[in-house]
Design a protein around this ligand. Structure first.
Ligand code: BG6
Length: 491
């Protein structure tokens, strides 16, 4: 049941995420009439802005990052009226009283969003507690990364829990706010025909790819030392995996969905040090051509030597009845050939092909396994690749060809604006619906699995293999699937 708050306190309000995503998302919610009428948004960050200065800052961010058709000056003026500002240096315990004074009465509900470095989570929460900003009407939202390993994540979770019980804690993973990601649930649980084959009897393998073309993007301070495994696999890729592989939840609510995801994370087979060498591949991009321009390699961009991986591929397993023996191939990387987030589910081949036999070596009768492709980015579509007869009168038998059954979400819902993932999440945060937020047991199970992989790399002295910008990663990642006779979809 939804329970909207009257105030939102946004830490990190002048940061990059705020400018590119949070302020435009809040504006869109405002413009669509979805924010509570009375909602006040108090930005906070280091620096000396006042209310007017922050409104100017936000105006600039909206001009920069909203598409032209959304720039309605009247709407923008209305939105800016909601904005206030209170400077704060979260590492300074003395800043909190002024914050509490600015926020004032919280009986109408307050959401506090920490879009800051995780090292500030603990001092922030202590400070908020010291001035009474953690009571029953207050919710806390946390932006990733939630630590850099299981121990640090536990420490953050403990500190948060000391002030905010789990039902008032909202851990953001923006992938869960993407329409197409929620569409995985609609496909799986809104249709009857997938479920009977959605298991090891029907599915041969699952591939999850998040390929990016961007490089470091001036985030060296955060990214170097963090790497692709912790930046992308620990959260986004594992969440996608859970939505694909979890058991059907009884209800679409925070408890039922997250119970199933947590169970799934606990069923991930830990990757041992021995397996890490065989079942994982790490890479780091070197210079190469990107959209016709030569771009620097990672180390040059960074300006110092580094063993941080910008690419990772993993062969994972889920140890339960449904998925026994089905490999889940996961990969993500920066500076890859193209930007693409996609899940490909390859079904088992037909048990016998009548179109091609020893006696009838009809090349046109070769069957490809059915594959379901869920494309999340940049386009949004679902495709089921099926075999169909090629039209024609071939004397050597029927010629078959793989053709897509196509559901283009872009075309089907053409009149509907594509929302920023944070719109969904900020709205749910403000209204108190936890379904699309990550629960503590999930995040800790995710980290436990990731930590084992990193320990394996350390034990084996594994270093990233170089791959040129604009490619699909080190060749070892191709070998990772090919030795199982599986080809990455669409390379
Ligand atoms: C973030 C990562 O969580 O997700 C970034 O920190 C990455 O490194 C980004 O670029 C990708 O998000 P999206 O929505 O562009 O796929």
């Amino acid at each position: 049941q939804r329970n909207p708050v009257g105030k939102l306190l946004l830490f990190g309000a002048t940061g990059d995420l705020s400018q590119r995503m949070l302020l435009p998302s809040l504006f869109n919610l405002h413009a669509d009439g979805l924010l509570p009428e009375e909602l006040i948004i108090i930005g906070s960050a280091r620096g000396e802005l006042d209310d007017g200065g922050f409104q100017e800052f936000a105006h600039h961010a909206l001009n920069e990052y909203l598409p032209d058709e959304r720039k309605d000056e009247e709407q923008i003026t209305g939105f800016l009226k909601r904005l206030q500002f209170q400077p704060a240096d979260l590492s300074d315990a003395n800043c909190f009283q002024a914050l509490a004074d600015k926020v004032g009465d919280v009986s109408g509900g307050l959401c506090i969003f920490l879009s800051t470095a995780p090292s500030l989570f603990e001092p922030a929460i202590k400070g908020l507690k010291s001035v009474g900003l953690t009571g029953d009407t207050v919710r806390i939202g946390l932006e990733k990364p939630l630590g850099y390993d299981l121990a640090s994540s536990r420490q953050i979770n403990e500190a948060v829990f000391a002030a905010f019980p789990e039902p008032r804690t909202f851990r953001f993973d923006h992938y869960l706010g993407k329409e197409t990601v929620q569409n995985i649930l609609a496909l799986r649980f809104g249709n009857s025909f997938f479920e009977p084959v959605w298991n090891a009897r029907g599915i041969a393998n699952v591939q999850i790819t998040i390929a990016e073309t961007v490089g470091l993007e001036e985030r060296a301070g955060y990214y170097d030392g963090m790497g692709a495994l912790r930046d992308m696999v620990q959260n986004h890729i594992l969440q996608l995996l859970a939505l694909i592989a979890m058991e059907p939840p009884a209800r679409f609510d925070g408890q039922a969905v997250r119970d199933e995801k947590a169970k799934l994370f606990h069923s991930l087979r830990p990757i041992t040090a021995e397996e890490a060498e065989h079942d994982t591949v790490i890479g780091q991009y070197t210079s190469g051509a990107m959209k016709g321009e030569v771009v620097k390699g990672y180390v040059d961009e960074l300006g110092k030597p580094s063993d941080t991986e910008t690419f990772v591929a993993i062969k994972a397993h889920v140890d339960n009845w449904r998925w026994q023996g089905v490999p889940f191939y996961l990969r993500t990387g920066k500076r890859m050939a193209t930007r693409r987030s996609e899940i490909a589910i390859e079904f088992k081949p037909v048990p016998h092909s009548m179109f091609q036999s020893r006696a009838n070596k009809n090349e046109g009768g070769r069957l490809q396994p059915n594959t379901l492709i869920i494309r999340l980015q940049p386009e949004e579509y679902v495709q089921l690749l099926v075999m169909a007869k090629e039209p024609g009168l071939d004397r050597n038998g029927v010629r078959l060809r793989e053709v897509p059954l196509n559901l283009s979400l872009d075309a089907e819902f053409a009149g509907t604006r594509r929302r920023i993932a944070y719109e969904r999440l900020l709205l749910d945060f403000i209204e108190g619906d936890q379904t699309l937020f990550v629960r503590r047991d999930e995040v800790e199970a995710q980290w436990a699995w990731i930590d084992a992989i990193r320990e394996g790399w350390a034990a084996n002295g594994m270093k990233p293999k170089k791959y040129p910008t604009g490619t699909w990663g080190p060749s070892a990642s191709i070998a990772l699937t090919e030795r199982d006779d599986v080809t990455w979809q669409d390379d």
